[in-house]
Design a protein around this ligand. Structure first.
Ligand code: PLP
Length: 384
């Protein structure tokens, strides 16, 4: 079972004493275990592409690369980080609803497989290419999905991909392109889903969609990319994804679609990177305010934005103090009442106590929005 905290109390104390706080620490062993435990249950025809957006730390990327991972990128910053790994071609993918020309040029130069999210991606690639380029078409499906998290946005209007009903018109326009050929399908329709049956139902619907597109438009799919969305527990009562059931289910899906002889791609970010990370921050002071006990910490939403964005806190423990049942509101040091990392029941705290937030290896520091997706930070220009 996946532990909520990658490091025991003694290691947390040692890391805090050695490196200072606040800090993030990532366990290479836990990251490798997540990767290998998933890889072990997947049919050989499934390629595992780590979604770099979950955590682009270079050592984490290098560890996954050494284990045979491919990579899903969503910006030029992420492409550059993956380029530094010097992987053979075929191991990098590039998705994202707003790809700039400079990014597409980089993707072409790297031999990256682009997930085209609309006609503009296809046309821009076609104009940049001087030879045949295979791409995948990202489709925003019409089927209803049950998300574990507020990330994808359900089957309503979406900035991602081509709406399923708009695919025929797009294919007609794309028929006139000289270099670009659609050779794969990409659908990402789940988020933080820990129920294998629900994930498999979505993946089954994607294979059905691929079959319909193939029959209606003669598309020959070499690849079907099922996106990410594999969930992890964020609380002790949450059960982890049943990996055996998930792996067997994917084999059954492939067996049920004998027409598809290509490669399935999975792009998990959270599942592979989440459990390896711990965020360490000390209590600066305690305050009782009108019936609420605040623990004010060295870091807040400037380091962990996810609780504010999704309303879901990270698990937290008071290092070296065991269990406790006193209610605390965990506040950061920022001058905004939005700066909350959640509510927690902890032992009696004192200034200087060390708190550890678990499962912060994915969508932790890099979900701070200027870092997210490794997009370039905009310059600030002083005009006088
Ligand atoms: C295209 C794409 N692939 C993969 C992922 C990773 O998703 P997760 O971390 O839920 O597995 C995302 C997340 O937003 C995504 O947009």
């Amino acid at each position: 079972m996946t532990a909520l905290f990658a490091f025991d109390d003694a290691t947390c104390r040692h890391l805090a004493a050695t490196h200072g706080t606040p800090c993030f620490a990532y366990s290479g062993a836990v990251a490798a275990e997540q990767f290998q435990s998933l890889r072990a249950v997947l049919p050989p025809r499934v390629r595992l592409a780590y979604a770099v957006k979950a955590n682009p730390h270079p050592d984490l990327l290098a560890r996954f690369a050494a284990l045979g991972a491919s990579f899903d990128c969503a910006s030029i910053g992420e492409l550059e980080r993956v380029a530094a790994l010097q992987l053979p071609s075929g191991r990098t993918f590039f998705a994202g609803p707003g790809k700039r020309e400079e990014e597409l040029r980089k993707a072409l130069a790297m031999g990256v497989r682009v997930q085209a999210e609309g006609f503009e991606d296809l046309a821009r690639l076609d104009a940049l290419a001087d030879r045949g380029v295979a791409v995948n078409l990202r489709v925003h499906p019409a089927f209803e999905v049950e998300e574990g998290d507020r990330i994808i946005g359900g089957s309503g209007p979406s900035a991602f991909g081509v709406d399923e009903e708009a695919v025929p018109a797009l294919l007609q326009r794309a028929a006139g392109l000289r270099h670009v050929r659609i050779r794969g399908l990409h659908v990402f329709a789940a988020s933080n889903q820990r129920d294998a049956a629900k994930l498999l139902a979505i993946h089954g619907a994607v294979l059905d969609l691929a079959k319909r597109l193939r029959e209606a438009h003669g598309l020959a799919f070499e690849q079907i990319d099922l996106g990410g969305g594999l969930g992890i527990p964020y609380a002790p009562e949450e059960t982890p994804l049943d990996l055996e059931a998930f792996g067997h289910g994917l084999s059954d899906l492939l067996a049920g679609h004998p027409w598809f002889t290509g490669e399935l791609i999975l792009e998990p970010g959270r599942f592979l990177a989440g459990p390896c990370g711990v965020y360490l921050a000390r209590v600066v002071r305690l305050k009782d305010s009108r019936g609420t006990r605040f623990a004010i910490l060295e870091g807040g939403i400037n380091h962990l934005l996810r609780p504010l964005l999704t309303g879901q806190p990270f698990p937290v423990k008071a290092v070296g103090k065991g269990e406790g049942d006193l209610p605390y509101t965990l506040a950061g040091p920022l001058c905004t009442s939005l700066d909350r990392l959640g509510e927690a029941r902890l032992p009696e705290l004192a200034a200087g106590d060390l708190l550890a937030f678990g499962t912060t290896g994915a969508y932790g520091l890099n979900e701070g929005m200027t870092h997210f997706l490794s997009h370039p930070v905009p310059p600030e220009i002083w005009v006088d």
